[in-house]
Design a protein around this ligand. Structure first.
Ligand SMILES: [Zn+2]
Length: 81
């Protein structure tokens, strides 16, 4: 038997994945995280995260902003030593 735990999912743990830019074909290390939510697909408490390098921060956040999905852009903390 399996109990469902609402709330924290692995999906919402950006620290566990390598911080590489989410832009297509870009493999640069990400320096920003774009926090977004699509109200048609996601409940309001759900936060999706795209990572972005310096070059793609603007284009990716614009892509989300024009759809009114973008919530905020946070600097990504550098990886712990
Ligand atoms: Zn990039």
């Amino acid at each position: 038997m399996r109990s469902q735990t609402p709330g924290m999912t692995e999906d919402a743990a950006p620290a566990e994945r390598p911080a590489i830019c989410s832009a297509k074909a870009c493999t640069r290390p990400a320096q920003w995280q774009l926090v977004w939510n699509n109200p048609r697909l996601h409940t309001p408490d759900r936060e999706k995260i795209w990572t972005a390098c310096d070059d793609h921060r603007e284009s990716l956040s614009h892509h989300l902003a024009v759809r009114s999905f973008l919530r905020r852009v946070d600097p990504l903390a550098p990886p712990a030593p």
